[in-house]
Design a binder for this molecule. Structure first.
Ligand code: 13P
Ligand code: SF4
Length: 346
C-alpha cells in the first residue's frame, strides 16, 4: 500500500504526540524522524483492520508503538479477556502472548484469532501441562483446582476456576473448598498464602513450580538500596514477584492496578517491579512522573512487532491462527466464565 506525504506526515504527528516521552531504543527517545519511519506501517495496519473487520488487543507489556500506534484496547489480562469476550469483530489480533490469544479464542470462538508470533510463550504457561493437573487432582480429590490465566487452554480445561493477578486473592478466599491446587505460579502461591493469612482465611494451597522469568529476578535488597538513594520512593510490584519482594513493596497488584496506583499516588519517584512495557505506558500517560530504572524485558512479549502484525493481517500463516478443539474450548470456557461470575470487575 502507498500513502501520500501528507497522510504520512499526519500519522507521524499523531504517533509523536503519544510516543514523545518513550524510548524507541535504549537511551534514544522517539522523535519526528522515527515516527515518520513507522507511519507507513501503522497506516497500512489501520487500513487492513478496516478491510478485515479486525480489532487489535494489546497487553501493556508490548512495545508502545504497538499499544499506541495500532491498538484498539490496551490493558491487563483481565481487561483484555473481557474485550475479547464482548468483541463482535470478525478478526482479533492479540498483541501479547499465546496463552492470551488462546483465551480470546476460548471466549470468542466465532472470530479468527491471530497471534503475531506463534513462539510468544510464557515461562509460567509453559511450566505445566494438563496431565500434571490431572495427577494433582487424583492426589487431592477434595481440592478445588484454580489456574492462573497464564496457563494453556488445556490446563484451563482441567481447572474449576481461572483467576488473574487482579482477582486471585478475592476468588480463592471466597471458594468453599479448604484445599486449593493453585497452578502454575509458585511465587504467586506464596503471596496468596500470605494474603489469606492476613485476611484470617484458613486454606491449604498446593502449588506447582512455575515462575515468571521477568518477575522472579527482582529482590528485596534492590528495594532497600533504592529506598536509601531515592527518599520518598514508592515501590510498585506485581504478585508474580517473590513474597519478600511483595512484602517490601508499597503496592502489589495486576498491571492495571499498578498503573492506577501510580496515577493516583503522589511520590517523587517510583520503582516498577515488572516488565518495562508498563513503564513505557506510564511515561506516555503520566509524563510528569519519574521512574527509577529497574524494570525487566519479557522476551516473549517483545516478539511482537508492527511488521508481524501487518503480515498477519495481510495473510496469516497457519501458526499465527489460534485453533482449539471444541470440547476442550468449552471446558476451558467454564473456568473463565466462573471467574467472570465471581469477579465481574477488575
Ligand atoms: P497482568 O494480568 O497483571 O497484566 O499480568 C500478565 C502478565 O503476564 C504478568 O507478567
Ligand atoms: Fe509470562 Fe512473565 Fe512474560 Fe508475563 S512477563 S508473559 S508471566 S514470562
Amino acid at each position: 500500500m502507498t500513502f501520500s506525504d501528507q497522510e504520512i506526515e499526519r500519522e507521524a504527528e499523531r504517533l509523536l504526540r503519544a510516543l514523545l516521552w518513550v524510548e524507541c531504543q535504549p537511551g534514544v527517545r522517539w522523535d519526528h524522524e522515527a515516527c515518520r519511519r513507522v507511519a507507513p506501517l501503522t497506516l497500512e495496519i489501520g487500513a487492513l483492520k478496516r478491510e478485515r473487520d479486525a480489532v487489535i488487543l494489546t497487553h501493556s507489556y508490548v512495545d508502545p508503538e504497538i499499544v499506541y500506534g495500532v491498538g484498539d484496547f490496551r490493558g491487563d489480562s483481565y481487561f483484555l479477556s473481557q474485550q475479547a469476550r464482548d468483541c463482535r469483530a470478525r478478526t482479533i489480533v492479540f498483541a501479547g502472548v499465546v496463552f492470551m490469544a488462546e483465551t480470546a479464542k476460548i471466549l470468542s470462538p466465532q472470530a479468527t484469532v491471530i497471534v503475531p508470533d506463534g513462539a510468544s510463550g510464557c515461562s509460567l504457561a509453559d511450566s505445566i501441562d494438563d496431565s500434571m493437573v490431572r495427577r494433582l487432582r487424583a492426589l487431592h480429590p477434595d481440592a478445588a483446582v484454580v489456574c492462573y490465566i497464564n496457563s494453556s487452554a488445556a490446563v484451563k480445561a482441567e481447572s474449576d476456576v481461572c483467576v488473574t493477578s487482579g482477582n486471585v486473592y478475592d476468588i480463592v478466599a471466597g471458594l468453599p473448598e479448604r484445599k486449593i491446587i493453585f497452578v502454575p505460579d509458585r511465587l504467586m502461591a506464596d503471596n496468596l498464602r500470605a494474603e489469606l493469612k492476613r485476611r484470617g482465611v484458613t486454606k491449604e494451597i498446593i502449588a506447582t513450580d512455575g515462575t515468571c522469568i521477568v518477575h522472579d529476578r527482582f529482590d528485596a535488597a534492590t528495594i532497600a538500596d533504592a529506598r536509601q538513594r531515592f527518599p520518598g520512593l514508592k515501590v510498585v510490584a506485581h504478585p508474580e514477584c517473590a513474597a519478600d519482594v511483595a512484602a517490601a513493596a508499597d503496592f502489589v497488584g495486576s498491571t492495571g492496578a499498578m498503573m492506577r496506583y501510580v496515577k493516583e499516588t503522589a511520590a517523587p519517584y517510583y520503582l516498577m517491579l515488572t516488565e518495562c512495557g508498563l513503564v513505557g505506558r506510564l511515561q506516555v500517560e503520566t509524563p510528569e512522573k519519574r521512574f527509577v530504572s529497574g524494570c525487566r524485558l519479557c522476551p516473549y512479549m517483545k516478539l511482537n512487532s508492527l511488521e508481524k502484525i501487518r503480515d498477519a493481517l495481510r495473510s496469516p500463516r497457519p501458526d499465527q491462527i489460534v485453533t482449539l478443539d471444541e470440547g476442550l474450548r468449552l471446558r476451558a470456557a467454564r473456568a473463565i466464565e466462573r471467574m467472570f461470575a465471581l469477579a465481574p470487575a477488575s
